[in-house]
Design a protein around this ligand. Structure first.
Ligand code: HEC
Ligand code: HEC
Length: 321
């Protein structure tokens, strides 16, 4: 968009361009929610009333929870305790009134959901720094709202415990990537989670991530991840950009490690939710994610378009974690 506009100014000549600029409506502020691609920044629909009677079960689990218990911010479900080490209380239960249990959104095993993020196997120091960035406003992305009150109320000790827990978990093969022209029609439910409904539609310039096992995702299961539908051609294009051969950005491997699996405190990029990764690239580009370390990312994203960032995210998600 910007390039086309600059080109038009040159063609029109300066005087005409100045007149045009005056009459043109002001550009939307970049952080304006309306300007953000909705597929990557899902809104949270109004909460329905959750059923508190029927106890649900999952194959392989001896536990039972009603939907109201599944949605409990301070005692979310732990369907498979044998799948993870003992959780510190901040991860399992949080602390009332403001520190919601980390495992509610990021899941006991750290796979997370595309509308939040995965945490398994991120560097401990990186997690601690993100909590500080959420707290002091360096990280204020449009989809990060649930993290602000938590980061303000959580203690340093709780942050250390949560960071240590998630950093030690193995990274999961949680996201499958499929190139496609057509996707199911979808709707957003509790917490901004996206589910298929009847019918199909063109994918367009979007990534549509859907749970591999929708009923289980509703129950905040920790064993099934997501399928990311991405536009045809994204993977090849993304690979070229990630390797820096397109001359438009720096090779990601310089800082994220030769195999993109992380380097020191710099997080891994492989096998993660492409919707989450896109959102971060975009937040850094529009300035809603800053901070001393994120500054290093600014030149990386400066000349990337939305479709470049989409292709990069799709390719990275397709790599083994
Ligand atoms: C109510 C849901 C919710 C809860 C509970 C929650 N988070 Fe988050 N968290 C999110 C969302 C949403 C994001 C994604 C923000 C974005 O897109 O920028 C996020 C992102 C993060 C990130 C950034 C990950 C990265 O790769 O940079 C960290 C770290 C994090 N959360 C830690 C925690 C910890 C620790 C707790 C518990 C003390 C917690 N979260 C509880 C919703 C939640
Ligand atoms: C000059 C070093 C450098 C280069 C090159 C670089 N990165 Fe980064 N990147 C970083 C650092 C440092 C961070 C951590 C920022 C922080 O701590 O907030 C980061 C963070 C990220 C994040 C956020 C991860 C999360 O968990 O939220 C994404 C996504 C990302 N980089 C993608 C890329 C991609 C894609 C490329 C290549 C096109 C790239 N980076 C190239 C240094 C770099």
């Amino acid at each position: 968009m910007k390039l086309v506009f600059a080109g038009a100014l040159v063609v029109m000549g300066l005087a005409a361009a100045a007149a045009f600029a005056q009459s043109a409506p002001p550009a939307a502020a970049p952080a304006d929610a309306a300007a953000l691609p909705g597929w990557a920044y899902p809104a949270n629909p109004a909460l329905p009333e959750f059923d508190a009677k029927e106890e649900k079960t999952l194959p392989g689990s001896s536990r039972k929870y009603t939907q109201a218990q599944v949605e409990n911010d301070f005692a979310p479900p732990d369907w498979f305790p044998e799948d993870h080490p003992p959780m510190p209380s901040v991860v399992a239960n949080g602390r009332t009134p403001a520190v919601k249990a980390c495992s509610k959104c990021h899941v006991t095993t750290g796979g997370g959901h595309p509308e939040s993020s995965d945490l398994a196997g991120l560097p401990e120091a990186y997690i601690v720094r993100q909590m500080a960035d959420f707290k002091d406003g360096h990280r204020k992305g449009a989809r990060a709202g649930s993290m602000f009150p938590i980061a303000k109320a959580v203690s340093d000790e709780e942050v250390r415990e949560a960071a240590k827990y998630y950093a030690a978990l193995p990274r999961l093969a949680w996201n499958k990537v499929v190139e496609t022209d057509t996707v199911p029609k979808t709707e957003l439910r509790v917490g901004g989670m996206r589910f298929a409904i009847d019918g199909t539609e063109p994918i367009g310039n979007r990534i549509i991530e859907l749970p591999q096992a929708p009923e289980r995702a509703h129950l905040r299961d920790s064993r099934f991840g997501f399928v990311a539908n991405v536009p045809v051609g994204s993977l090849k294009r993304g690979e070229a950009l990630v390797k820096g051969s397109a001359g438009q950005t720096q090779p990601c491997a310089t800082c994220h490690g030769p195999d993109l699996k992380g380097l020191g405190e710099v997080p891994h990029l492989t096998g993660r939710s492409p919707m989450y990764v896109f959102r971060q690239l975009n937040d850094i580009k529009i300035g809603s994610r800053a901070g001393a370390n994120a500054e290093l990312m600014r030149p990386v994203v400066a000349n990337l378009s939305e479709s470049d960032m989409l292709a990069i995210s799709a390719y990275l998600a397709s790599l083994s974690p």
